[in-house]
Design a protein around this ligand. Structure first.
Ligand code: GAL
Length: 469
């Protein structure tokens, strides 16, 4: 029941979801500040992250929680516009630098390794105004920002995540318009954003590689979201093909170019090209990488970071009329098995994580894998007893053990989402993922452990499930 010696146990947060201090000490606005301040019921009860967990002023409380769990790793993100208020290195907000310096130093003093995400959805508004991730200019802005972070914090931070869930982010932000900037651009915006996200990641990896790696000796990757998928009808060849397309349009969309050959999966290119033709576009809605770009993109990650929440069934669904959208381009229908229990959108499929890990191992040449997020919301907002939620985590850990011991997956770090209850994007404070409960009605924002916090601490102490010392 033991995990390999030295296995990393973490928890994750993201700047906009916990920090608050949205305009404190010279921070510039991010797209999430703008979006939530506009109201319009796009977020549960028009809630905002203006104060959130107030981690900007209560970092010491967060540190207590981290120590109480006994984490070996803490994953958090930098707010780009707290460091660079207009997104550019033209002006550096020293107070922002000090805030993150303190977090990093405190973690290291306590023997905890920081995993730092550069971009977790909160683009500086000033850059959104210049076209955001739809505009190629973002590649240069991101690279400059990344270099600034490597230069400023890289003497101490050795684990970097450039982008959080760029696959999910591109779809929600620029295709469906559910996240800021909130403008739907079905079948076009998402791919444009994906294209620039991949290039931005690759450019910043090269900057690290050529300017900082020798001295700093760290590792750089990106965290890709991957739900697991199974054919709706395992006996149907077309459903089995649909599963491959679903993976290609989701995990592989980023992983294939970055981990193998610098280009999108073939099936993604052919599907989008033929749908675009059907719809009368002069060329494919999916932009193309030049040969030079492919070379630049290929091999730009030092480990494989993946985030798993849930699984789905997939059915082939022909797009006869050429309807716009990513799912339509993939010609798939994706839905949960009605027999799976769920809390909100998370269907409880612990075995999906093992299959996913095996898929990554087999498809991407047995890389070192970090799970940078995995979790489940608590289903009872009134109670600190989350025994039921813990049962899911326990099953997840059993699946991880099988992946490591039986499948020989090279999994080295596991980060749960999340340390604290926080601003859960469009769900506001109505969805609670934390090991620590936060009372958002109390100005002091007290952190109180759920019962699962004690259980997680035990697992970490034992480096494994009960029964093992
Ligand atoms: C991820 C995201 C996190 C968190 C989590 C739970 O997609 O990276 O910020 O919100 O989902 O929904």
């Amino acid at each position: 029941m033991a995990f390999p010696e030295g296995f990393g146990w973490g928890a994750a947060t993201a700047a906009y979801q916990v920090e608050g201090g949205w305009d404190a000490d010279g921070k510039g606005p991010s797209v999430w500040d703008t979006f939530t301040h506009q109201g319009g019921e796009r977020v549960f009860k028009n809630q905002t992250g203006d104060v959130a967990c107030s981690s900007y002023t209560l970092w010491e409380d967060d540190l207590k929680c981290i120590k109480q769990l006994g984490l070996t790793h803490y994953r958090f993100s930098l707010s780009w516009s707290r460091l660079l208020p207009d997104g550019t290195t033209g002006f550096i907000n020293q107070k922002g630098v000090e805030y993150y310096n303190k977090i990093i130093d405190d973690l290291l003093k306590n023997g905890i390794k920081p995993i730092v995400t550069l971009f977790h959805f909160d683009l500086p508004q000033a850059l959104e105004d210049k076209g955001g991730w739809l505009s190629e200019t973002i590649v240069e802005y991101f690279d400059k920002y990344a270099q600034f972070c490597f230069r400023t914090f890289g003497d101490r931070v050795k684990l970097w995540i450039t982008l959080n869930e760029p696959n999910m982010f591109a779809l929600l932000s620029y295709d469906l318009g559910i996240f800021p900037p909130g403008v739907p651009r079905l079948g076009t915006g998402g791919y444009q954003a994906v294209h620039n996200l991949i290039k931005a990641h690759a450019r910043s990896w090269h900057s690290y590689d050529s300017l900082f790696r020798k001295e700093q000796k760290g590792m750089v990757s990106l965290s890709i979201l991957a739900g697991w998928v199974e054919p709706a009808d395992p006996n149907s060849a077309s459903d089995r093909e649909a599963v491959k397309r679903a993976m290609a349009f989701h995990l592989d969309l980023f992983a294939k170019p970055i981990f193998t050959d610098g280009d999108y999966p073939e099936v993604v290119k052919s599907q989008i090209a033929s749908m675009s033709k059907k719809q009368g576009y002069p060329s494919s809605r999916l932009p193309k990488f030049t040969e030079e770009e492919k070379k630049m993109i290929k091999g730009t990650a030092d480990f494989f970071a993946v985030q798993y929440y849930t699984s789905r069934l997939v059915r082939h669904k022909e797009n006869k009329k050429g309807e716009p959208g990513a799912m339509q381009d993939a010609e798939v229908e994706i839905f949960p098995d009605p027999s799976w229990a769920n809390v909100d959108w998370v269907h409880l499929v612990p075995w999906g994580i093992r299959k996913l890990l095996k898929y990554v191992m087999e498809t991407y040449n047995n890389p070192v894998i970090y799970i940078t997020e995995n979790g489940l919301p608590h289903n009872d907002l009134t109670s600190l007893d989350d025994t039921q939620r813990w049962e899911y985590f326990r099953q997840i850990f059993q699946e991880l053990l099988k992946a490591i011991q039986l499948d020989k997956v090279n999994l080295q770090v596991y980060c749960a989402w999340s340390l604290l209850d926080n601003f859960e994007w469009t769900q506001g404070y109505n969805s609670r993922f934390g090991f620590f409960h936060v009372n958002f009605d109390d100005p002091a924002r007290p952190r109180v452990p759920y019962s699962s916090a004690k259980e997680y601490a035990k697992i970490i102490r034992n480096n494994g499930l009960e029964g093992h010392q």
